[in-house]
Design a protein around this ligand. Structure first.
Ligand code: NDP
Length: 347
């Protein structure tokens, strides 16, 4: 049973073999199960930027629990039930939710409820790839949906800019590419940024009205050029200097959907951001959110976005890694921008 273990708390960039290690243990698939118990085999798992925030000193309180040293890491997964004495899941069922980064895991009904695991057999019949269920139809897609509809107050004809989460990377990333296409379908003008020319080309291909490479082009100049009427909605995924520049382009009564600040996650100390008075002066609404706090939006999200996929009204780029033992590299790739679209690992 291959497991991905969180082995040491990093202070800056995590190092494979030091902070994250791969471990092999025995797992007896033939051991008898008690009533309520079942065995899950991981099909696909999601690696996401927020996982860096879980690699922290456990005494620091945050919105998501820390990883525990010497324990398997975890995140959103699709797993298959391979043996069952559960009253919730039968053999062959697909199960979605927070799961450990290991090939096999034994759980029981009580734990499944505590972790919020749900049955998700749809990909067996609707032709949508299982990997989409940890991406566009999983937590990242839902993040885009919640941010846009709960905070964005989207109005036809407005301009939205999507950075690292969207502005830069995100735009071509897991969250950003969904956010951009939903906003486009709502009649907004969509501008994005990303860290490679290939990602920028992809953004244009999937319908962004404009996109630029934030690493090689000047953000201030590009926003002036691509958002001549200013920015009404900023989908913030990057933070730091990007936020400082964007603030200069935000319109009166603009909304900032504060989804993430990936540029800060591996810094020992956060960058200072100037120009915050603009938020007051231009009556801007700057609101953060955590996707897991809006479970009531999930049924509508799944219905709307599944339909968009089936109608071919939305495209979704993924980067696939094969072999659970390659999960640490896949996670590091997300943190440094090597992924192109949603990074998933096929166990
Ligand atoms: P992505 O798939 O977009 O991967 C992260 C991308 O961020 C990289 O590909 C990279 O692309 C870009 N990036 C990395 N470092 C920087 C930097 N210093 N400046 C700008 N861009 C950078 O990730 P997700 O779509 O999963 O996540 C996007 C954002 O959404 C993150 O901030 C994340 O924390 C947040 N999030 C928030 C949630 C919530 O509930 N609020 C839930 C899920 C995600 P590039 O080549 O373009 O640099």
């Amino acid at each position: 049973n291959t497991q991905i273990i969180f082995s040491k708390i990093p202070t800056t960039w995590p190092v494979i073999g030091e902070h994250i290690t791969v471990n092999k243990t025995d797992f007896d698939l033939d051991a008898p199960l008690a009533d309520g118990e079942f065995i899950l085999k991981t099909l696909v798992l999601s690696v996401d930027p927020y996982m860096r925030g879980r690699m922290r000193d456990p005494t620091i309180v945050s919105y998501v629990p820390p990883f525990l040293v010497d324990e398997p890491m975890s995140g959103h997964t699709m797993k298959e039930v391979v043996k069952s004495k559960s009253s919730l899941f039968k053999e062959g069922d697909y199960v979605y939710g927070l799961g450990t980064h290991e090939e096999y895991a034994k759980l029981n009904d009580e734990l499944a409820k505590a972790y919020g695991l749900v049955l998700r057999n749809e990909p067996k019949t609707n032709g949508i790839p299982v990997s989409n269920y940890v991406g566009i139809l999983g937590m990242p897609g839902m993040t885009a949906y919640v941010g846009l509809y709960k905070i964005g107050e989207l109005k036809e004809g407005e301009t939205i800019y999507i950075s690292a989460g969207k502005v830069k990377k995100r735009t071509s990333g897991a969250v950003g590419q969904v956010a951009g296409q939903i906003a486009k379908a709502q009649g907004l003008r969509v501008i994005g940024s990303a860290g490679t020319d290939e990602k920028v080309a992809h953004l244009k291909e999937i319908g962004f009205d404009g996109a630029f490479n934030y690493k090689t082009e000047d953000t201030d100049q590009k926003l002036t050029e691509l958002c001549p009427d200013g920015i009404d909605v900023y989908f913030e995924n990057v933070g730091g200097k990007m936020l400082e520049v964007v603030l200069q382009h935000i319109n009166f009564f603009g909304r900032i959907i504060a989804c993430g600040m990936i540029s800060q996650y591996n810094l020992a100390e956060s960058e200072k951001v100037g120009g915050l008075m603009t938020i007051v002066a231009r009556s801007i609404r700057f609101q953060g959110y955590i996707v897991s706090n809006s479970p009531e939006m999930e049924p509508q999200f799944l219905k709307d976005v599944t339909q968009m996929i089936l109608d071919k009204k939305i495209k979704y780029q993924e980067t696939h890694t094969h072999g659970i033992e390659n999960t640490p590299e896949a996670l590091l790739d997300v943190l440094n921008g090597k992924n192109f679209g949603k990074q998933v690992v096929h166990a």
